[in-house]
Design a protein around this ligand. Structure first.
Ligand SMILES: NC(=O)c1ccc[n+]([C@@H]2O[C@H](COP(=O)([O-])OP(=O)(O)OC[C@H]3O[C@@H](n4cnc5c(N)ncnc54)[C@H](OP(=O)(O)O)[C@@H]3O)[C@@H](O)[C@H]2O)c1
Length: 241
């Protein structure tokens, strides 16, 4: 029986590449998404990967959604907390809603998804939790006090939970992507991207979603059991944490 992997925000961008890479590595994959039904339907048609709609910002919806995935596919062995949003603004202009939406999705989303799965992983003595943080959680970024705070929080969550899961066969790791060429990044003004962002990346290009997906497959493997509490930085040399 192949292991079940659940990828949040798994139907688009980096998450879609992760879902596909895990499927190709032999996992039975469930891809969660928030609201873009059209993209999810297209993704399922193209890949055969089942998609499930709920918001990671809603604890009860996560518990219900996970129960549905497990009823359909079996117990989740690998959880990839990938869903994330940006609501950028300089701090003097940032609204409480912009702060809260990012915290609810990018930080509380990790609690909401991991908590309902944790006891099952402990009982089965196996689990892989992989959290997609960001370079901007490591170095901070002007215009992203909300996003940088949430993504830094993801790293603290990873390190604390790694200690709790270690004896139960559960590893908890984080990946910090740099700038990856998804819709989230392509939404940045092209002039800003070409003149301000890409010149800061020593390899001279944006990363590919597949380059993050390969890190996930590595951390998810049975024989990655000695790696826990770690942060893999994949940012083209832009920042050394
Ligand atoms: N792109 C980058 O350069 C970059 C760099 C560093 C870190 N990251 C992180 O990598 C992750 C993926 O980024 P991306 O660029 O691939 O983003 P993206 O292309 O905007 O895709 C985001 C995915 O997350 C889902 N999502 C958003 N809010 C959700 C919620 N509340 N509940 C469930 N799913 C939700 C979206 O669902 P719908 O399709 O329904 O909207 C979509 O599938 C994020 O955590 C991001 O912060 C990205």
């Amino acid at each position: 029986m192949s292991k079940v992997a659940l990828v949040t925000g798994g139907s688009r961008g980096i998450g879609a590449a992760i879902s596909i890479a895990l499927k190709n590595a032999g996992y039975t994959v469930a891809a969660n998404y928030a609201g873009n039904d059209e993209a999810a339907a297209k993704f399922t048609a193209e890949t055969g990967i089942k998609t499930y709609k709920w918001s990671v910002a809603d604890y009860d919806a996560c518990a219900e959604g996970i129960a549905k995935v497990e009823a359909d596919l079996g117990p989740v062995a690998v959880l990839v907390n990938n869903a994330g949003i940006t609501r950028d603004a300089m701090f003097h202009k940032m609204t409480r809603d912009q702060w809260k939406e990012v915290m609810d999705t990018n930080l509380s989303g990790l609690f909401n998804m991991t908590h309902p799965l944790w006891n099952g992983m402990r009982d089965r003595k196996f689990g892989r939790i992989i959290n997609i943080s960001s370079i901007n959680g490591q170095k901070g970024q002007a215009g992203q006090a909300n996003y940088s705070a949430a993504k830094a929080g993801d790293l603290g969550f990873t390190k604390a939970l790694a200690q709790e899961g270690a004896r139960a066969g559960i590893t908890v790791n984080a990946i910090c992507p740099g700038y990856i060429g998804t819709e989230m990044v392509r939404a940045i003004d092209e002039k800003v991207l070409n003149e301000r962002i890409i010149p800061q990346i020593p390899v001279g290009r944006l990363g590919e979603p597949e380059e993050i997906a390969r890190c996930v497959v590595f951390l998810a493997a049975d024989d990655a059991g000695f790696i826990t509490g770690a942060t893999i930085t994949a940012n083209g040399g832009q920042y050394f944490a």
